[in-house]
Design a protein around this ligand. Structure first.
Ligand code: 3T7
Ligand code: ZN
Length: 262
């Protein structure tokens, strides 16, 4: 398994932008130094409660593919863990590499994973919609789950089967009744948490990150379908494979990473 920084590769222009958002001191992603994380006994178990009926569509936004959820009510929410409020699920997406040697945004003691799942939620106790919450320091909560290559993920296959329909940027298809909980690892009690930011523009420092210690497994062939997506729209002359859609690790700037486990 390669370590971050051991290789160079072509990056999508979007990620060749500012390494750190101007003035940012809580940027994401980061390298999680396990021995430097601080066990916090007050951290509660995470209690996601998702209604598959709120799943609405899947689309290619030119950075990743997003599975979107109806976030007009508190039907699919995340609470507990480090969170004081209810957070409403709005979408999930992934980041991955052109090879299985890299692709995740966060690293654990410099260890890279082939891909990383992000489940994005916004604080519905304090704000009335995502656009409002995304500008506030306690506005968002994102669950990160590492993916490793192994056995086929049966729950993921329903999603993989529909990806060819959103191959090009800005393509969208109806996608319903997908339970995002099937993508969580068996153990969601062990996690790291820290104050960070979105990893794609506008990079706002609004995110409580909750990174699962336990990974999930997907098959090589399932991840290969992710790589068949395109950054480019159907009209563009040159088609660019959607790979390496991750941001590089950002300075910790004195932040503490807490763990829910010893
Ligand atoms: N790598 S990660 O850190 O996790 C993420 N990186 N980006 C993410 N999202 C995209 C996004 C959009 N905006 C934004 C900011 C200000 C105004 C408008 C949009 N910020 N980040 C998260 C995301 C949000 N959405 C949808 O944004 C709509 C407004 O544009 C909103 O009406 C929907 O309720 C919501 O679902 N999609 N993605 S997360
Ligand atoms: Zn993400």
């Amino acid at each position: 398994m390669q370590e971050a920084g051991e290789y160079t590769m072509k990056m999508h222009p979007m990620w060749q932008g500012p390494l750190v958002a101007p003035g940012g001191n809580r940027q994401s992603p980061i390298d999680i130094r396990v021995r430097k994380s601080v066990f916090d006994p007050h951290l509660k178990p995470l209690t996601p409660d998702y209604d598959p009926g709120t799943c609405s569509q899947i689309w290619n936004n030119g950075y990743s593919f997003l599975v979107e959820y109806d976030d007009t009510t508190d039907k699919s929410i995340l609470k507990g863990g480090p969170l004081e409020d209810n957070f409403r699920l709005c979408q999930f997406h992934f980041h991955w590499g052109e090879s299985n040697a890299w692709g995740s945004e966060h690293t654990v003691d410099r260890r890279l994973f082939p891909a990383e799942l992000h489940m994005v939620h916004w604080n519905s106790n304090k704000y009335s919609r995502f656009e409002e919450a995304v500008m506030e320091e306690n506005g968002l909560a994102v669950i990160g789950v590492f993916l490793k290559i192994g056995k086929r993920h049966e729950g993921l296959q329903k999603l993989v089967d529909v990806l060819p329909a959103v191959r090009h940027k800005d393509s969208v298809v109806e996608f319903t009744r997908f339970d995002p909980a099937c993508l969580l690892p068996a153990n969601i009690d062990d996690y790291w948490t820290y104050a960070g930011s979105l990893t794609t523009p506008p990079l706002t420092e609004a995110v409580t990150w909750i990174i699962m210690k336990q990974h999930i497994e997907v098959s090589h062939d399932q991840l290969a379908v992710f790589r068949s997506l395109l950054f480019t729209s159907a009209e563009e002359e040159v088609q660019k494979s959607m790979v390496n859609n991750f941001r590089v690790q950002q300075p910790l700037r004195g932040r503490t990473v807490r763990s829910s486990f010893t």
